[in-house]
Each structure stands twice: as structure tokens, then as C-alpha cells.
Design a protein around this ligand. Structure first.
Ligand code: UD1
Length: 432
């Protein structure tokens, strides 16, 4: 099993190029099969979840051509099946986007119930409520979600809770429904807007994405398009927090600074200097950092996907910080791992972390509990004294491309290894 081995304590310095947003890309790949013409998608991150999604759409007959690692051509005209299931697709959350895409295009879809990181119960009731409101019959049987309709008809849908996945999924299905659909209390995340822009590029008529109310006029056909995915705000934020934790000076490039405002503002609160450019953000950090309070919220609030990385940084700030997790109920699993490195954090009621800052972390053997928590432990390892080994990096590779290489390019000392012998070799190299 692959691991990361990290020698911490080096302030990170330099520039790092940010890739395309994984969560936007997953939905866009699903939406791409809705056209019967060729779609070209650029700035695709080369990460495991994306490859699982490409495999899934290829399995149902779509033409998929990987032009290069970050570009793919997809043509949905060859699709011959509406059932999506394999052991890999069951592990990713975004498999549910194939429900909205296939239901919208063919009025028929059967997809394995979504998996994804175990960060909470993660129901999909709002997705199903939306499909039903559009006129589909939806059933869960044998671990699959089956949705069928004679015809989808536009309607007005109120989301009881702000959900990124449900908003995008219903938007996709409604893009090819008859008539007008209104989604109220819609999610406003940048990737909701990106998917809407992509669908519009294919000929859909979607207005209001990025606000609370999305209005869709259904069209009967979608056509060819070329599209470049937005930069990944979570990848960018992860490197920004790594700069803070190590007392470094890092510029994230190829980003949309507006998407990073919640992260930048919290970093400024704890004493980092932030410089914004047109498509880059520089974080200059000097320890000690100051304590603060954070609550995760839907966009434009502080993202839940940045919460573990923030927790690791606050663990090194002076005084007592508080994080309230309001989106998912099981997102503090990194706390036990971080305790092995010397952190002093208490979790109360499952969703509040009280963080008593310590001067330093010390290297330890830890394991990644999920994708973002795993990334947070890498940050802790880079800041810690001594050597950290991280197990289960499979999770991290679901969402970060060339993670170790990118950290090395800004002065991090870390390597991906697959045996005890390689760890020893790494240690010897560090000493010499
Ligand atoms: C997406 C992201 C995930 C991110 C999350 C919040 C993908 C593949 N994943 O997940 O990385 O952490 O947005 O920004 O894009 N809920 C319901 N019923 C539903 C759907 C959601 O109750 O039908 C609840 C969830 O349990 C959660 C909240 O709504 O408490 C928000 O979840 P949602 O925005 O849907 O998250 P995902 O789309 O699963």
C-alpha cells in the first residue's frame, strides 16, 4: 500500500500551479454525455475519481478519448445502456450525476447508490425529490437508484437544504425537460455556476446559477462544445493553508481569487499577509499565528472541504480556536490522528472542535481518514518536527493530482513510497 513519508519543518516557498476543479469536472463529465455530438473538456484534473467517472461513461457506450492527461473528448451518441454499476463507481459520490444526466436525456437511468468519503450520512433525498417533481418515478432497489419518466416536465422545486449535488443534478435533468423549471434555495458554489455555464455552452437555457434561484427552460437537444474547467478552489486553499502552517510564502497560480475569499479572509484573521493578483493569490505567513473562530457554511461561507486543513493550522496558532462544522456531522476524524502528532483538540457534540494551540507538531505514523482530512495530515506532516508517515493515501489521490510533486516544487520534503525499504531509503537520504 502506498504511503507518504514527510520530513517536516521546512517553510514552503514558491509558486504552485492549481489544476481544474474535481467537483466541477465530475458533474461536467456526466453532463457531457447529454449531447450526441463531440464535447471537448480541458483543464481536467488527472485524479482517481475523474478516471472512475470516465470509465463509467465509457462502460455505458459513450465514446471517450483522452487527448492528453488534462483533455478529453466525449461523444454520448453511442450510449447503449442506462445502468451504471461497478465496484469503483460505488465508491465515488459523484456517480449520482449520471442519474440527472441520463434521466434528462433518455428519461431513464439506473445508477448504483453513491459512496464517497464517510464524512456523514450523506442522504440523496433532495436529488430524488427533484427528479420526482420533474415527473420521474424513482425507486431504490438492490443498492441501485432507478429513475424513469414518460416525459420530464418543468416545475418549481424548493430545496429544503442547500445542496450542491442536488442543485446540479436537478439542473441537469431539467435542462432537457419540457418547459420551465425553477430551483429555489439553490446552492451557489462556483462549480454550480461552472456546470451551468457548460450546459449553456451545449445549448441549454439556464439563468441565475450563482444565485438562490436558478431558472431553466428545457431544450430538446444539446450540441457540441469546448469547455475549460474552473480552477480547484479546494486544492488552492490546501496549498494556502500549507503555507500558513509552515510559516512559508506561497503563491497559488491559475486561480480565481474571488472563489478563495473565505479562505483568504480567515488566513488574514490569523495573521497571514494575503496578496491578490488577477489569477493568483500569495500567502506570506509568519508564526506564531493567531487564534480565531470558523463556521463552515454553503458558499460564499467557509467551505466544509477546507475545514480539516484549517483545523491543522489552528492547532498551531496561539490561544484557543473554535471550529463549528455545520454541513457534515463526521468531519473531525483527523483530530485523533493529529493528536498523535501532539495536537490538543477536543471535539464536543460531534460538530464543534475546541482547539488549544500548541507550539509544534511532532512527526508520527498516521492514516488518512478521508480525502480532505488526509490532505490536512500532509500539511501537519510538512509543519511537524521529524518524520511523518501517512497511510491510506488512496483517499488523497482521489482528489489531488501530483500532490507530493507539487509540495516538493515549493520546498516540501516528501515522497510517495510503497515499502518499508523505500521509507528507510528516504530517511537515509534526509540524513545525508
Ligand atoms: C459536495 C462535494 C463535497 C462537499 C459538499 C459541500 C462533490 C462530489 N462533493 O458534496 O466535496 O463537501 O458538496 O460543499 O461535489 N443533503 C441532504 N439531502 C440531500 C443532499 C444533501 O440532506 O439529498 C445534506 C447533506 O447531508 C449535507 C448538506 O445537505 O448536510 C450539503 O450536502 P451537499 O451540498 O449535497 O454535498 P454533496 O453534493 O454530497
Amino acid at each position: 500500500m502506498d504511503q507518504y513519508v514527510i520530513k517536516g519543518g521546512n517553510p514552503l516557498h514558491g509558486e504552485v500551479e492549481i489544476g481544474g476543479a474535481k467537483n466541477a469536472a465530475l458533474a461536467i463529465l456526466a453532463a457531457a454525455v447529454m449531447a450526441d455530438e463531440t464535447i471537448t473538456i480541458e483543464n481536467l484534473p488527472n485524479v482517481r475519481d475523474i478516471n472512475v467517472m470516465l470509465q463509467a461513461i465509457e462502460n455505458i457506450g459513450a465514446y471517450v478519448e483522452r487527448v492528453d492527461v488534462h483533455t478529453v473528448k466525449i461523444n454520448g451518441s453511442f450510449i447503449h445502456g442506462f445502468t451504471v454499476d461497478n465496484e469503483y463507481i460505488r465508491k465515488i459520490r459523484a456517480s449520482y450525476y449520471l442519474l440527472g444526466a441520463l434521466l434528462g436525456k433518455y428519461n431513464n437511468a439506473e445508477v448504483a447508490l453513491p459512496g464517497g468519503c464517510a464524512i456523514g450520512t450523506r442522504p440523496i433525498d433532495l436529488h430524488l425529490k427533484g427528479f420526482r417533481a420533474l415527473g420521474a418515478e424513482v425507486e431504490i432497489r438492490h443498492g441501485m437508484v432507478a429513475a424513469q419518466a414518460r416525459a420530464l416536465c418543468g416545475t418549481s422545486i424548493y430545496m429544503d437544504k442547500v445542496s450542491v449535488g442536488a442543485t446540479i443534478n436537478v439542473m441537469m435533468a431539467a435542462a432537457m425537460a419540457k418547459g420551465r423549471t425553477t430551483i429555489e434555495n439553490a446552492a451557489k458554489e462556483p462549480h454550480v455556476v461552472d456546470v451551468a455555464n457548460f450546459l449553456n455552452r451545449m445549448g441549454a437555457q439556464i439563468r441565475g446559477a450563482g444565485t438562490d434561484v436558478i431558472r431553466i427552460t428545457g431544450v430538446s437537444k444539446l450540441h457540441h462544445a469546448e469547455y475549460s474547467i474552473i480552477p480547484d478552489q479546494i486544492e488552492a486553499g490546501t496549498f494556502m493553508f500549507a503555507a500558513a502552517a509552515t510559516g512559508g510564502d506561497v503563491t497559488v497560480k491559475n486561480v480565481i481569487p474571488k472563489h478563495l475569499e473565505a479562505t483568504s479572509s480567515k488566513l488574514a484573521d490569523i495573521g497571514c499577509r494575503i496578496e491578490e493578483f488577477d489569477d493568483a493569490v500569495r500567502v506570506i505567513a509568519k508564526r506564531p499565528l493567531k487564534h480565531t473562530q470558523v463556521t463552515t457554511l454553503p458558499y460564499p461561507g467557509f467551505p466544509t472541504d477546507m475545514q480539516p486543513q484549517m483545523g491543522v493550522v489552528l492547532g498551531l496558532a496561539s490561544g484557543t480556536s473554535i471550529i463549528t462544522e455545520s454541513i457534515f456531522e463526521n468531519r473531525f476524524k483527523y483530530v485523533d490522528e493529529l493528536a498523535k502528532m501532539g495536537a490538543n483538540i477536543k471535539v464536543e457534540g460531534g460538530n464543534i472542535a475546541i482547539i488549544y494551540g500548541v507550539d509544534r507538531y511532532t512527526g508520527a505514523r498516521v492514516s488518512a481518514p478521508d480525502l480532505r482530512a488526509g490532505a490536512a495530515l500532509v500539511i501537519a506532516g510538512l509543519a511537524a518536527e521529524g518524520i511523518t508517515t501517512i497511510d491510506d493515501i488512496y483517499y488523497i489521490e482521489r482528489g489531488y493530482e501530483d500532490f507530493d510533486e507539487k509540495f516538493r516544487s515549493i520546498g516540501g520534503i516528501m515522497q510517495k513510497v510503497s515499502s518499508e525499504k523505500e521509507i528507510q531509503k528516504f530517511k537515509l537520504k534526509i540524513i545525508s
